[in-house]
Design a protein around this ligand. Structure first.
Ligand code: BES
Ligand code: MN
Ligand code: ZN
Length: 457
C-alpha cells in the first residue's frame, strides 16, 4: 500500500478522493479502496464523514457487496465514538435515494449490502457498538424526514402526515400518538391555525407524539414542527417559479417525526413530545384575505396583512398548546422565512431564543453534529415592527430583519417557557438543479442535543 501511495495518484489532501486497486498483496480481499481523508490538521469527524460518503457511493456503484472499513487511528474513546458514528451515518446517508414515485425504481444488481468495521482496540468495543447504534438511528430518522419531505403535496397531505405518525408508533410501547381534528382545534380556540386551513379542501391536523422514556415526573422536551404540506401563499399568492418547492414547507414537521422515531429506536431515557400543526395554504373563496383579523388560542388578535406569512399563524396556536405539557424546553423548527436564506444561506439554520443557555446548547450540538445553526437577536427593539392599527399585532413586520420579526411574532406566544426557534428555510432542502431534494436537517442537531440531555454521550 505504501508503494501505491508513493505513486502519487491518490491526492491524500483531497478529502473523498479514492484509488481502487486489485493488487491486494497478502490480504484476502478482492479489492482495496484507498480513501483520502484530507490533511491531518484539518481531519475531524466531519471531513471523515465526507470521505466515507464518497467511498460508499463508489462501492455501491461498483460491484462490491461487502466491504470492510479500517478506521483511522484515533487518540481517545470520544474520538473513536465520533468517527464510528460519523462513518455509519455517512455510509447510510450516501446511499439514500428517493424513487417512491418512479414507475420503475432504478435497480442495482450488486448493491453494497454489508459494511464491517475493523477494530484494532478491543477495549473500545462497547463504545463502538453505541456509536453504531446512534449512527444508524439518526440516519433512519433523517431518511424518514427526507422521504416525507420529498413526497409531493398531492400525496403528503396533513392527513397523510398524521397516518405516518401512527405508523411510527406501531409496536413502540413508550410512544403515544394522537391527532386533533379541526373540530377539536375549534373548541380550543385555535383561530389562527384554522384560518390558514380554511382556504384548503384538506382538513388541518394537529399531530401529537409523546415518547415516554423517563418517569412521568420528568419534564419533557417539546419539539414543534411546521407542517405546511403545500404553501402557495394563499391570496397573497407566490410567484410561480419554483413554487413546486413549497411542498418542502413541512420539513420542520418531518424532522420532528424523524427525531421522535430515532429517540424511540434508541430507547432514550428522556421524555419528548412532538407537535406538528399541519395544513395547506392555498388561495380560495374562503381563504384568509389581507386585512382579516383572527383570534389565536392565547386570546391575542392578529391582523393578517400577508396571507403568505402563514407559518407563524399555525405555529402560534401550537406553541400556546405546548403550555399543557409543562415543558423543560420548547424548540420549534420551521421553514419560516425566505429572509433566512438571504441571511445565512444553506450552511446554517437560523437560531433565535429567549434563553441563552438553551441557545448555547443548541449551537454546540449543531457544531458537533455538523448541522450548524447561527443565532440572531430578538431584542425588544424589533417588536414594534409588528404593531397593527387594528389588532394586537400584525403577522408581518416589513422587509427589514424578516427572520427576526417572524421570531418576535412567535416569542409573544412562548413567554411561559424556555424556547428556541430554528428557521430551516435555507437548510432543509437543496433547491433547484439535479440535486434538488430534502437534506433531513436538523434531525442530527436535535438528536445530538437530546443524546446529551439523556446523558448518552
Ligand atoms: N414557507 C415560506 C418561507 C420560505 C420561502 C421558505 C422560500 C423557503 C423558501 C413562508 O411561509 C413565507 O412565505 N414567508 C414569507 C413571509 C413574508 C410574507 C413576511 C417570506 O419569507 O416571503
Ligand atoms: Mn408562506
Ligand atoms: Zn410557509
Amino acid at each position: 500500500m505504501k508503494k501505491l501511495l508513493k505513486k502519487g495518484d491518490l491526492k491524500t489532501g483531497q478529502t473523498g478522493q479514492t484509488l481502487l486497486s486489485y493488487d491486494t498483496g497478502s490480504l484476502k480481499a478482492e479489492r482495496i479502496l484507498l480513501l483520502a481523508c484530507g490533511n491531518k490538521k484539518e481531519f475531524n469527524s466531519n471531513t471523515f464523514a465526507k470521505a466515507v460518503g464518497s467511498a460508499t457511493k463508489q462501492l455501491h456503484e461498483s460491484n462490491t457487496i461487502d466491504a470492510t472499513f479500517v478506521l483511522p487511528e484515533s487518540t481517545d474513546d470520544n474520538n473513536a465514538y465520533d468517527l464510528v458514528r460519523s462513518l455509519v451515518n455517512a455510509a447510510e446517508n450516501s446511499l439514500y435515494r428517493f424513487d417512491e414515485c418512479k414507475s420503475e425504481a432504478s435497480t442495482n444488481k450488486r448493491p453494497l449490502k454489508k459494511i464491517t468495521l475493523l477494530m484494532t482496540d478491543g477495549k473500545l468495543k462497547s463504545r463502538f457498538e453505541k456509536a453504531v447504534a446512534h449512527g444508524k438511528a439518526i440516519a433512519s430518522g433523517q431518511s424518514l424526514a427526507k422521504d416525507l419531505a420529498n413526497l409531493p403535496g398531492n400525496i403528503c397531505t396533513p392527513t397523510y402526515l398524521a397516518e405516518q405518525a401512527h405508523d411510527i408508533k406501531r409496536g413502540i410501547r413508550k410512544m403515544k400518538v394522537s391527532v386533533l381534528e379541526e373540530k377539536d382545534m375549534k373548541k380550543l380556540g385555535m383561530g389562527a391555525l384554522l384560518s390558514v386551513s380554511r382556504g384548503s379542501r384538506q382538513p388541518a391536523k394537529l399531530i401529537i407524539m409523546e415518547y415516554k422514556g423517563a418517569s412521568a415526573k420528568t419534564k419533557p422536551v417539546v419539539l414543534v414542527g411546521k407542517g405546511l404540506t403545500f404553501d402557495a401563499g394563499g391570496i397573497s399568492i407566490k410567484p410561480s417559479a419554483n413554487m413546486d418547492e413549497m411542498k418542502y414547507d413541512m420539513c420542520g414537521g418531518a424532522s420532528v417525526l424523524g427525531t421522535l422515531q430515532a429517540c424511540a429506536e434508541l430507547d432514550l431515557p428522556i421524555n419528548v413530545v412532538g407537535i406538528v400543526p399541519s395544513s395547506e395554504n392555498l388561495p380560495d373563496g374562503d381563504a384568509n384575505k389581507p386585512g382579516d383579523i383572527v383570534t389565536s388560542m392565547s386570546g391575542q388578535t392578529i391582523e393578517v396583512l400577508n396571507t403568505d406569512a402563514e407559518g407563524r399563524l399555525i405555529l402560534c396556536d401550537a406553541l400556546t398548546y405546548c403550555d399543557k405539557y409543562d415543558p423543560a424546553v420548547v424548540i420549534d423548527i420551521a421553514t419560516l422565512t425566505g429572509a433566512c436564506i438571504i441571511a445565512l444561506g444553506s450552511q446554517a439554520s437560523g437560531l433565535m431564543s429567549n434563553n441563552d443557555a438553551l441557545a448555547d446548547d443548541l449551537t454546540q450540538a449543531g457544531q458537533e453534529s455538523n448541522d450548524r445553526v447561527w443565532r440572531l437577536p430578538i431584542w425588544d427593539d424589533y417588536q414594534q415592527q409588528l404593531d397593527s392599527n387594528f389588532a394586537d399585532m400584525a403577522n408581518i413586520g416589513g422587509r427589514a430583519a424578516g427572520s427576526i420579526t417572524a421570531a418576535c411574532f412567535l416569542s409573544r406566544f412562548t413567554k411561559k417557557y424556555q424556547w428556541a426557534h430554528l428557521d430551516i428555510a435555507g437548510s432543509a432542502w437543496i433547491s433547484g438543479g439535479k440535486d434538488k431534494g430534502a437534506t433531513g436537517r436538523p434531525v442530527s442537531l436535535l438528536m445530538q442535543y437530546l443524546l446529551k440531555r439523556a446523558k448518552q454521550l
